[in-house]
Design a protein around this ligand. Structure first.
Ligand SMILES: [Fe+2]
Length: 216
């Protein structure tokens, strides 16, 4: 069984990550201890509240991947793409095929569905980041039905969010494809991810199958 963390902000000085370079190896040690052997670094892109240094992403990723390799951890570069009505879709896709997407938590911004459709039409599969946070989404609502059934969106819940009422609602619905840490520098999160996956084995199985089908 392999465990992947598809949502992290662990590249120092790239976005709003709190992780310092000197604590990076300690963090990788925590991932290793928790049995997590793959990490996707997913810095924010187009998030109006985060000032991301795009020019640093590639070089910092190279640095981080080399450090992580010493712990036997395989790294991937992706992003967390903030969906609104932007013209340019300059995301970094996970694995070259998937786009982890966030948006405003209180309402779906103008152009939201349209932008998701444009991403999907250009051949990528959308993963809805920390779905439990969105007040305008629930497993039964019409917007989610469209996202899921028409656009084939996958569903991600945060490890901490899994313990909230909405997190439990999503997880019990059987609709969740990934649990991830959304780790900004908290060394307790790798173990938290491992533990919550133990409570929802169907998600752990789906994540394992995803890695086998797409990455191995
Ligand atoms: Fe995030």
């Amino acid at each position: 069984m392999t465990i992947i963390d598809i949502h992290t902000h662990l590249l120092p000085k790239v976005d709003d990550s709190m992780l310092k370079r000197r604590r990076f190896s300690a963090m990788m040690g925590k991932y290793r201890e928790a049995g997590i052997d793959r990490i996707v670094f997913s810095p924010h892109i187009d998030d109006p509240y985060v000032d991301t240094r795009r020019d640093r992403i590639e070089s910092t990723f190279e640095w981080a991947a080399a450090k992580a390799a010493k712990f036997g951890i395989t790294c991937h570069l992706g992003c967390e793409f903030y969906v609104r009505d932007q013209e340019r879709l300059d995301f970094i896709p996970h694995f070259g095929t998937h786009v982890l997407c966030e948006t405003d938590t209180s309402f779906a911004p103008q152009g939201y569905l349209d932008t998701v459709r444009r991403i999907t039409d250009s051949g990528y599969r959308v993963i809805l980041a920390h779905v439990e946070r969105y007040r305008f989404l629930s497993p039964e609502c019409e917007l989610f039905r469209q996202l899921h059934e028409e656009y084939g969106c996958l569903v991600q819940v945060n490890a901490r969010g899994a313990r909230t009422d909405m997190g439990r609602t999503w997880l019990r619905s059987g609709l969740v494809d990934f649990i991830a840490t959304d780790n900004h520098g908290d060394e307790s999160l790798p173990l938290a991810l491992y533990e919550i996956l133990g409570q929802y084995p169907y998600v752990a199985r789906r994540m394992n199958a995803f890695v086998q089908d797409n990455l191995d």
